[in-house]
Design a protein around this ligand. Structure first.
Ligand code: ZN
Length: 157
């Protein structure tokens, strides 16, 4: 495993659309390991592969229940709305309120190639939506409805 440098928010590469993973080979497993290590060392709750310069549809996250690894995640359904503070590992201490679905259902492959369905509410719904946005080059700053001033960082995606 290796710690990877996280691309900063102003980097135009973060606007790229990431490609699906066709085959879960050793390279993809290494990417997953690097992403997990980098997320934990940066004290984030989520990380998308393009944030470390790998433009594949892979995200990792941990909202307190252990690591979740999602390959080719697809949003199956979403409902409701939440308005919460959000940050991003690519944007340092910047924080702002973003509207996200209150509940989201996502289908993805795990590292063994098994298809799994994840139902997220609250924080998990928010992080899933945030990370999947990264795969399409969408950043949370695009969606901020109100910026937060002078408040210490608590979590970042
Ligand atoms: Zn982010």
């Amino acid at each position: 495993m290796a710690h990877k440098t996280i691309l900063e928010g102003t980097n135009p590469r973060l606007r790229s659309t990431s490609r699906p993973v066709r085959k879960i080979n050793q390279h993809i497993l290494d990417v997953l390991d690097d992403m997990g290590q980098t997320m934990y060392e940066e004290r984030g709750v989520g990380l998308a592969a393009p944030q470390i310069g790998v433009f594949r549809r892979i995200v990792v996250l941990d909202v307190g229940d252990g690591i979740m690894e999602l390959i080719n995640p697809v949003i199956v359904s979403q409902e409701g709305q939440q308005r919460e503070k959000e940050g991003c590992l690519s944007f340092g201490d910047e924080r702002g309120y973003v509207l996200r679905p209150e509940k989201i259902v996502v289908r993805a492959l795990d590292r063994n190639g098994q298809e799994k369905e994840y139902v997220g509410t609250g924080l998990l719904a928010r992080v899933l939506a945030h990370e999947i946005d990264h795969l399409d080059g969408v950043l949370f700053v695009d969606k901020v409805v109100e910026w937060v001033e002078d408040e210490p960082a608590d979590e970042a995606e």
